[in-house]
Write a protein that binds this ligand. Structure first.
Ligand code: ATP
Length: 292
């Protein structure tokens, strides 16, 4: 369980997080999304006690991270693959982590094999590719058999097979009752992996909810000869409508829009569904960015 409540953070007078709330429950994967500089890493750093918030609280399994007695046994963290000791081998990195956590018996060959690094354990991490470092970071995060995983951009640098592997590992971890929070820029990947999504923009949580609900929010572009009358009729039925020149963009499925037009006997000149846009469309709408 991860609970972030009313977290606010300012850097040199500049507000980077405003009243951020975030809850990740056992058995689920939460995808944390937002454009560059939105505040994802800062939020994650606050959860794991690396950054202090100005106000608000963050708890992992009911306890502030800094008060956990053996944090590695509770939370597996991968915030930056550059944090690995690059002059040491993969095996040495894992051994150090195991000792820090007080783990007595760890079969490092088994662990390395589980993350696809069998045969690479005795190479220096400096010679690893980015994807290999990510795999080692995941191995390190899982080493203490924690209840919670917090991963910043874990798919970064992974090849397609690696991404599928990562998805499988995280799904299994959550299905076994674990809690996962991961940030990513790969919208389609997050859409496939996460059960819940939290979208942050300029330090504010702009949307959150079950992935299926957030991505199902398709919109319809509609145009008509009597556009004002249609606009009014759609709004009167509680639909969210934005005007884009001589087109209305309605947060609803095509069928709902055409039913209103039929009721009102308004003749349509255009009716298009934007269904497949899903998360990408939601993301762009929330962040106000133009599709390149
Ligand atoms: N130590 C710091 N000192 C000053 N400003 C900081 C510091 N850390 C982060 N920031 C600022 O806080 C804001 C949020 O940064 P953060 O790294 O949390 O965003 P992010 O969503 O993780 O971005 P990205 O997707 O690019 O990794 C940015 O404007 C960043 O410049």
């Amino acid at each position: 369980m991860i609970e972030v409540e009313h977290v606010t953070k300012t850097y040199r007078g500049r507000r980077v997080l405003t009243d951020v709330d975030l809850t990740c429950v056992p058995g689920t994967i939460t995808g944390f999304l937002g454009p560059n500089g939105a505040g994802k890493s800062t939020t994650m750093r606050i959860v794991v006690g690396l950054t202090r918030p100005d106000s608000g609280t963050a708890r992992v399994c009911g306890t502030p991270f800094r008060e956990l007695r053996n944090p590695g046994r509770v939370v597996g963290i991968q915030l930056d693959s550059r944090a690995l000791a690059s002059a040491r081998t993969g095996r040495e990195n894992l051994l150090l982590a195991a000792r820090t956590m007080g783990l007595a018996q760890v079969d490092l060959d088994e662990v390395l094999g589980r993350v696809g690094l069998a045969g690479h354990g005795d190479r220096r991490v400096a010679d690893y590719s980015l994807g290999m470092r990510q795999r080692l970071g995941i191995a390190q995060a899982l080493l203490g058999e924690p209840e919670v995983l917090i991963l910043d951009e874990p798919a970064n640098g992974l090849d397609p097979a690696g991404i599928v592997w990562m998805r499988t590992i995280l799904r299994r971890f959550a299905d076994d009752g674990g809690t996962v929070l991961l940030s990513s820029h790969l919208l389609h990947e997050v859409e496939r992996t996460a059960d819940h999504l939290v979208l942050v923009n300029e330090g504010v949580v702009a949307a959150s909810g079950p992935t299926r609900e957030l991505t199902a929010s398709g919109s319809t572009r509609v145009s008509a000869r009597e556009l004002d009358r249609l606009h009014q009729a759609l709004a009167e039925r509680g639909l969210t409508v934005r005007r884009d020149d001589d087109v209305l963009v309605v947060d609803a499925q095509t069928a709902a829009v055409s039913r209103v037009a039929l009721d009102e006997r308004v003749e349509l000149t255009e009716l298009t569904q934007h269904a497949g846009g899903g998360l990408e469309e939601l993301f762009l709408r929330i962040t106000g960015e133009e599709a390149a």
